[in-house]
Ligand binder design. Sequence first.
Ligand SMILES: Cc1cc2nc3c(=O)[nH]c(=O)nc-3n(C[C@H](O)[C@H](O)[C@H](O)COP(=O)(O)OP(=O)(O)OC[C@H]3O[C@@H](n4cnc5c(N)ncnc54)[C@H](O)[C@@H]3O)c2cc1C
Length: 442
Amino acid sequence: MKSVDVAVIGGGILGCFAARNLMRWNLSVVLIEKELDICTGITRANSAIVYAGYDNKTGSRKAELTVRGNASFDDLCRELEVPFSRCGSLLVTYDKESLAQLRRKWEQGIRNGVPGLELLTGGEAEAMEPMLAPGVAGALYAPTTGTVNPWQLGIAAFENAAANEMEPMLGTTVVGIRKTKFGYLVETDRSELRCRAVINCAGLSADRIQELCFPSDTHLLIDGAEYLVLDKQARKPKRVIFQQAQSCGKGITAIPCVEGNLLLSGVRKPVGEPFATTKEGISELKTSAVSLFPNLNMQQVIRSFAAARPNPQRDDGESIHDFSIEYPAPGFFSLIGIKTPGLTCANELGRYLAEKTAAFLDAHPNPRFTPHRQAIAKTNDPEIICLCEGISRGEILEAIRRGASTVDGVKRRVGSGMGVCQGSRCSFAIEQILREVRHGAL
Ligand SMILES: Cc1cc2nc3c(=O)[nH]c(=O)nc-3n(C[C@H](O)[C@H](O)[C@H](O)COP(=O)(O)OP(=O)(O)OC[C@H]3O[C@@H](n4cnc5c(N)ncnc54)[C@H](O)[C@@H]3O)c2cc1C
């Protein structure tokens, strides 16, 4: 039976960053993911915002990690060669009654240590973002807000962890965990694994994973959000625009993505089928978007998608607003229901968990750890497979070499299929390349 120091359960962005940070220590680490690829859960569908940190209650773990996580994003993305845009954000309101709320957020942000926050008049906000419908009552400007591609960041952390000798176990589902005298016995659908510590980053299933071994009084209620993606050619705001919810309706968020698309996110909805959109939700989102940006051309919508969000609750019904990290027994760490801003804080949470685990296992720093990872480079290959995004066969082969086993996995590594045709012209050719690689023809 295989024995390791640490088993990380879940290959979303949190598991990938936990694994990456564990490799800074002289520990043997496996990452167990039930899907054949990583970052296909919550990490695959979210708002892609690197939050500034004014939204979180002063003194909370969220407030501290968000401000620190945000400040370290330039260095992190440089190390992992992931595009990051520090575009800034405006929280706008059209309702004079909400101005006091904006002021409270500004005060909270100052207490949290968020740099550069400014309260703006409606006129100042409209001058900064001329696409906004006239009549803005006021805005909160946060210059440190940014955007990043969440799955690219997670994949980069995973590749870096693997380059530092973390062992991935993909397509492997954890089905049981037992406490033993040497640590834990993790039972998967393929084999059993002995480990000294467990880090549970199982996203929507994190509460159930903990209950395989320990009781938990925290459970996840799942709701969702819906999104629209507009073509790169669409007019878009320069900054992330958060619309303050007001008496006459709930606000939306507009995100200028690092790839150049505009992402629109609506309000939360009860989840029927996780990750499925609803006709009503999409139609409400379109109406709200046009009332916030009257010149937005909704003919330029190229895609819609839905996201599932785990909301942690105590058994007595109390909602948990801060990050919930449980330690039910020595050497067992559970992240239960890490929602927004989990992307912003992924590296900080990973570092925190790794330090706790290293202290528990009495580990020493790993002198061979290298934090750098190289992105997939543009090649000179003249054979272009994805015509919209200009992705060559060479890039696709490199994505497959790095672990992509599906058309979607290739997309998430090189951006194929993300253009205006949404993969209708290249999916077949990519499937063909995958088949050839699988059969050893390439
Ligand atoms: C709608 C929405 C919008 C958001 N927007 C933002 C934002 O703009 N900015 C921000 O900072 N944060 C945002 N967040 C938060 C952020 O996206 C999440 O905190 C983060 O993606 C959670 O990652 P994860 O690794 O916990 O979960 P996941 O990505 O879901 O990963 C968990 C993994 O565990 C695996 N797994 C589950 N059970 C098992 C098992 N039994 N065995 C093996 N593997 C298993 C799953 O397959 C999955 O891959 C948003 C969240 C949501 C829901």
